[in-house]
Design a protein around this ligand. Structure first.
Ligand SMILES: Nc1nc2c(ncn2[C@@H]2O[C@H](COP(=O)(O)OP(=O)(O)OP(=O)(O)O)[C@@H](O)[C@H]2O)c(=O)[nH]1
Length: 424
């Protein structure tokens, strides 16, 4: 419901964005990203790749078997072997490969299995062709070009895999046509040139395709990262880097929505810098800003350690929100916050020699949705007021009764030490 780690774009995201910008600017010609980005690319595109390979695999298998018509027309004398080879050997093997790619989770395995498909599919008809006496063999073996196109343009194998697969297909083509003993060596040479040129052109196409797919991934990733940054900006207070009041409303609304299904204990700490006007008057507003930033940062860090969120409530007031927390848990956090501010040891000389900047804290806890957010914050505010009246630099607790919603128990407001929950 409330995940503090998800609430901020991480430093890694900023680094990733910088790298993405760099690769886009350089044109992405290397077809390889740095370690982390490459891993992210492979992981995030794996499922989509698997799906598209499955679709083109099924389509490719159908077209492959349609070539039985060509087998029958051009290699009639070995047709039986071609039927057996296509239907009983290559088709089941191809199906096994398709099932296999559903299970693998490593990108290189996925691509290697994919590359194996067209290579194996090219092997069988070419080997059978060796044993045919058909005058159409020269025409028949051109079918290998289609497998090469399928491998590079339809399967869109990454360049490295396409290079290996098509080199193997070229070797199969050259060896089998050589063994098949085409009558004219000149024709074999022309064939070689045709296939070698086709491989070169298709590898160029593979390079463009892979570059395009990598770049489009980067553009999409950049969009996502920028959107996350914008969202962060929209919910962050520019001076203190705490969440802003607007986001506080959003979070409280979603907490209470969640609590309407699952009642949850929520604690709020409202804290305020003591005598800050005097600090500003003494040092000036810019120095006051610096002090506010310093305190906010320390408070945010301490709160994060206890999974609490910090919001700039207004001026020099900060609201800390803790989920699944009762008064005692919230009080421990409040003590931490008071301690971290004390540890900063920021001088406040106008209050006297050796005086330091301190904070006052008021806290309240309640079960949502029985108590509403307004009542809870109101109780914490009243407790803060009490802390100020008690001399500042201290913690006061209020409690919002779970049975009587919106009723603030201002226990001990006033000066009764027994009734008010104190911590100094
Ligand atoms: N520098 C700076 N000062 C701020 C900011 N927001 C509020 N303040 C100042 O915080 C001071 C708050 O003063 P008061 O509300 O009178 O309270 P205080 O002087 O802190 O006294 P107590 O709260 O009673 O301890 C005012 O002087 C505001 O101008 C800010 O963003 N930057």
């Amino acid at each position: 419901m409330l995940n503090t780690s998800l609430d901020r774009t991480s430093a890694t995201d900023h680094q990733t964005l910088a790298e993405v910008e760099q690769v886009i600017a350089s044109g992405g010609r290397a077809l390889r990203f740095s370690g982390d980005l490459e891993q992210r690319y492979e992981a995030e595109t794996l499922e989509q790749r698997r799906q598209s390979l499955t679709t083109v695999g099924i389509g490719g298998l159908l077209v492959y078997n349609l070539f039985l018509i060509s087998d029958w027309l051009t290699l009639n004398d070995v047709f039986t072997y071609l039927v057996l080879g296509r239907l009983c050997l290559i088709t089941p093997m191809f199906i096994v490969l398709l099932l296999w790619i559903q299970r693998v989770n490593r990108r290189w395995t996925l691509e290697a299995i994919t590359a194996a498909g067209p290579v194996l599919a090219s092997l069988m008809p070419m080997v059978v062709m060796i044993y045919s006496y058909s005058p159409y063999r020269l025409h028949y073996q051109l079918g290998m070009l289609l497998l090469m196109v399928y491998c590079s343009m339809i399967q869109q194998l990454p360049l490295r895999y396409a290079a290996v697969a098509m080199s193997l297909m070229l070797i199969i083509q050259l060896v089998t046509t050589y063994i098949a003993d085409f009558s004219d060596f000149l024709i074999w040479q022309a064939n070689f040139l045709l296939f070698a040129s086709a491989v070169a052109l298709l590898l160029m196409a593979s390079w463009f395709l892979e570059r395009g797919s990598r770049l489009s991934y980067l553009f999409a990733l950049r969009g996502r990262l920028l959107q996350a940054q914008l969202m962060e900006l929209a919910r962050t207070d520019a001076l203190t880097q705490l969440f802003n009041r607007h986001y506080q409303e959003e979070v409280l609304t979603s907490v209470w929505e969640y609590a309407s299904h699952t009642p949850t204990s929520v604690a709020v700490i409202l804290l305020d810098i003591d005598n800050f006007k005097a600090y500003n008057d003494n040092y000036g507003h810019p120095q006051g800003d610096t002090c506010l930033k310093l305190l906010s940062s320390a408070i945010k860090q301490a709160a994060q350690k206890r999974d609490a969120l910090t919001f700039r409530f207004g001026g020099e007031e900060i609201l800390v929100l803790m989920m699944n927390a009762d008064v005692s848990k919230a009080r421990h956090l409040a003590e931490d916050l008071r301690d971290v501010v004390a540890a900063l040891n920021v001088p406040h000389p106008i209050l006297g020699e050796g005086a330091r900047v301190t904070i006052s804290l008021g806290l309240a806890a309640a079960i949502a949705p029985q108590s509403d957010a307004g009542a809870l914050i109101g109780a914490a505010d009243a407790a803060l007021y009490s802390a100020k009246h008690a001399g500042r630099d201290c913690i006061r607790c209020a409690d919002v009764s779970s049975e009587r919603s919106s009723t603030v128990e201002t226990i001990g407001f006033g000066n009764s030490k027994n009734a008010i929950s104190q911590s100094r």
